[in-house]
Design a protein around this ligand. Sequence first.
Ligand code: MF3
Ligand code: CO
Length: 248
Amino acid sequence: MITLKSPAEIECMRKSGRLTGDLLKYLEKEIKVGMSTKALDKLAYEYITSFGATPSFLNYAGYPASTCISIDDTVVHGIPSDDIIIKEGQIVSVDVGVILDGWQGDAARSFLIGECSEEKVKLVNITRECFFKAVENLCDGTPLGDIGYKVQTHAEANGFSVVRALTGHGIGREMHEDPSVPNYGRKGTGIRLKTGMVIAIEPMINAGTFKVEFMRDGWTCKTQDRRPSAHYENTVAITDSGAEILTL
Ligand code: MF3
Ligand code: CO
C-alpha cells in the first residue's frame, strides 16, 4: 500500500531529510585513512542523537549499528567494525537513516578515499550520475519503470552493471514502504508517480557482474566477482512542482 504524504507531512520530511543530508556532509568531513568504520558509526550516532533524532538502522530487523559502511566489493549493508580500517584507494559507501519527529530520512554516498584507481573514480561518478538522470524530469505521472530504465541505461552505457537483488523503496513514517523502486526496468512501465509520494532512489552499481552474495553475518552484501561497487541514495518527494530531493 502506497501512503501519500500531505504538504504538511512533506514539510516534516524536509526536516528529517535535511538532517540526513547534513549528517552525510559531516561524515564526509570526518572520514579519514586509519579510522575504523566503527569509529565513523559512533560519530553518526552522536550526531543524530544530538539533534534529538533516532538512528533508524539501529536495531532494525536486528541490525547492530547506526550506519551501513560498505567498502569496495561490499555493495551495501556493511556492518561497522573496530577491525575494518579505512585505507587510501578505497570506495567507502556510507548509508544513513534518521527518524526526526516520527519521519524518516534515508541517504547514502560513496566516498573515494585519497588516490583511487581510474575505474573506482569512474564507478563512483557514474553511480551519482545514475541517480540524477533518474530524478531529471521526474513528476506526477512519471511511470515508475522510467527510474530503473534511466539508471540501467546510464550504468550499462558506461560498462557497469546494476544490482537487481536490492531496490529503492517508498519512505515516510516507515523506512521501507511501497512501492519498491528497482534500478533496472523498461520505460513507460509500472505504476505512475503521484504528488505526495516519497521514495528513496538508490542506484547500486557494480564494476563487474550484477550478481551479489550475502555473507554469513546475514547483512554484508558483496559482489559475486569481488570487483568494486558504489551506492548513491536520496529521499525524493513528488510535489506539484516536480521532484524535490530532501537529503542533499
Ligand atoms: N538504507 C538502507 C536501505 O535503503 C537500509 C539499511 S538496512 C538496515 O534500504 F538494516 F541497516 F537498516
Ligand atoms: Co534506502
